[in-house]
Write a protein that binds this ligand. Sequence first.
Ligand code: SF4
Length: 222
Amino acid sequence: MLVTEIFRSIQGESSYAGLPCIFVRLTGCNLRCRWCDTAYAFYGGTKMEMEQVLSHVNELAGSTGALVELTGGEPLLQPECAPLAGRLLAAGHTVMIETSGERMVSVLPREVVKIVDVKCPDSGEGGTFRLENLEALDRKDEVKFVISSRKDYEFARDFTVEHKLAQRVGHVLFSPVAADPCGSWQGLEAQQLAEWILADRLPVRMGMQMHKFIWDPATRGV
Ligand code: SF4
C-alpha cells in the first residue's frame, strides 16, 4: 500500500479530539476540495507491505492497544485499507477512519469507528456523498460537515434534519473551514458558525481542528 506518513499526535477532529492517536495517512485522493489541507497526500507516498505498517504502528503504540486512525487523502481508495483495519483491530487497537463519504464504508469491519464527511457545496465536491453509506453507520460513528459559508451551513443543517442524523449516529460534527496559512482560501469565523447553530437549536457538536491550535497550522505530521 502507498503510505504518506505514520505518526503519533493528538486527535483533533471528532468526538475523540484531545486523545493521543496514531495516524496512518494513506496516499491519494479522488476529490479536490477547495480548502483541502492535506494536498501533500495526493501524490507520492512510500510503498509499504501491510506487515510493515502494522509493525510501525505497534512500535508507536508500545505495549498497549492504542487509538489508530486511518486517514488520507482518501484511505478507502486502497483495497488493503479494510484488511489493514481488521488486522489492527485483531492486534487490540481501537480503529477509526476519516473518509470523504464518496467510497462505500460497508467494506470495513463493523467495529471500525467511521468519521464520514458529507461534502458541502462550496467545497467544490458537493453531491459526492453516497447516501447508501448512511445505512452502514450506527451510534459509534460520526458524520462531519466542513463549512465555509452560509450556503454550506444551510446545506448541512437541512441534510442533518432530512436524514435524522442525530438519531442515526453518535455525533454530528460541524466544523468551520480554517483559513489557509498561505492565503489560498479564507476560513469561516468560528463564532459565526456557533451563532448559526445556536439560532437553529441544532443537535450537533462543533469541531475546531484542535491540532491547528496546538501546533502552527502549517505543520505537517501532527
Ligand atoms: S476528500 Fe479530504 S483529502 Fe480529498 S481533497 Fe477533500 S479534504 Fe482533501
